[in-house]
Design a protein around this ligand. Structure first.
Ligand code: MEV
Length: 319
């Protein structure tokens, strides 16, 4: 029996992570060449409602009903059934295969959620809007992040560059030129929830000082939006590097991330910073195409475990 499948991209936060949790804006890009894929195969002899889920990447093989109610997949299926009004799911086998590194700040959890929702929709004959996908995936994000801002599920569901502020309508950014990024994995997995909690603790201990850093990140993001929309990559690169020093002050960077950031800048990147939750995971470097290979080599030399080139295409190319 043929299976139904769907995919969703990884994401990078260009600027504004952590501050976005405190109602500041952030800018995020989808990474279309690095994707999560979910395939669903009907299992007619299976008991109605029986869902078997497999992911080789995280060595998971389970049936849905043994997972606790707060598990991301339980939350996702509950949101799906609420949205569709389906009382009983048909028996099915769900297979997840993802190229997105887990616990690395590239939105692997949100991408799996969106791909799964798209596949489930196809399976039962419903095409969800991006807003529906984002809202349902947000329910699973709560299991990963505790109190997520909603930026990951939004940029991944919409698959467009976004300027995002919590509880405000999404603004899609118009890119007049391509942006060339390198995303380098430090080899150190990090749970976003840990750094989000650490920032919250810092906020409680020293609200004035921490609040000022968050405000400065917000100011930088508003400025960076102008650079993105003007295609001013040089100024954008500088803003990324400034954002990195604010993230350092916030306590979410690490010596390895700093080392990678410096290696990228010394090799000619226009700017570099950690991306996502920090504490490990990935850095991004903004590069001109002619310097890309040199920066990539420098990142590997500096100990990056994997470097993904990612080109975010100008708006006219995907509209
Ligand atoms: C995670 O990709 C980004 C954070 O800002 C958390 C969030 O926005 O929920 C660290």
């Amino acid at each position: 029996m043929p299976s139904i499948s769907a995919t969703a991209p990884a994401k990078v936060i260009l600027l504004g992570e952590h501050a976005v949790v405190y109602n500041q804006p952030a800018i995020a890009f989808p990474v279309p060449n690095v994707r999560a894929r979910v395939a669903i195969l009907a299992n007619p002899p299976g008991k109605p409602g029986h869902v078997e889920i497999t992911s080789r990447q995280v060595q998971l093989q389970t049936s849905l009903d043994v997972l606790p109610p707060e598990h991301a997949f339980q939350r996702l299926f509950t949101a799906f059934q609420r949205e569709t009004g389906l009382k009983q799911l048909p028996a099915m086998q769900v297979t997840i295969s993802s190229e997105i590194p887990v616990a690395a700040g590239m939105g692997s959890g949100a991408a799996v959620s969106v791909a799964m929702l798209k596949a489930l929709g196809l399976f039962v004959g419903i095409k969800f809007s991006n807003a529906q996908l984002a809202a349902m995936a947000y329910e699973a994000e709560k299991a990963y992040h505790g109190n997520p801002s909603g930026i990951d599920n939004t940029v991944i569901a919409c698959e467009k560059p976004v300027y995002y502020k919590k509880n405000e309508p999404i603004t899609f950014l118009t890119l007049p030129s391509d942006f060339n990024l390198l995303i380098a994995y430090s080899g150190i997995p990090a749970q976003t929830i840990a750094t989000v909690n650490a920032v919250r603790a810092k906020m409680e201990q020293s609200p004035v000082q921490t609040g000022a850093i968050i405000e400065q990140i917000g100011t930088l993001v508003r400025q960076a939006r102008v650079y993105v929309e003007a295609g001013d990559v040089a100024s954008l690169g500088r803003a990324c590097t400034q954002n990195q020093s604010l993230l350092m002050q916030l306590g979410v960077s690490t010596p390895k991330l700093e080392y990678l950031v410096n290696a990228a800048i010394n090799a000619g990147a226009l700017g570099a910073k950690l991306t996502g939750g920090g504490g490990g995971g990935n850095i991004l470097a903004l590069v001109n195409p002619e310097i890309q290979v040199k920066v990539m080599d420098a990142l590997y030399q500096a100990g990056a475990e994997r470097v993904f080139p990612a080109t975010v295409r100008k708006t006219a190319d995907y509209e």
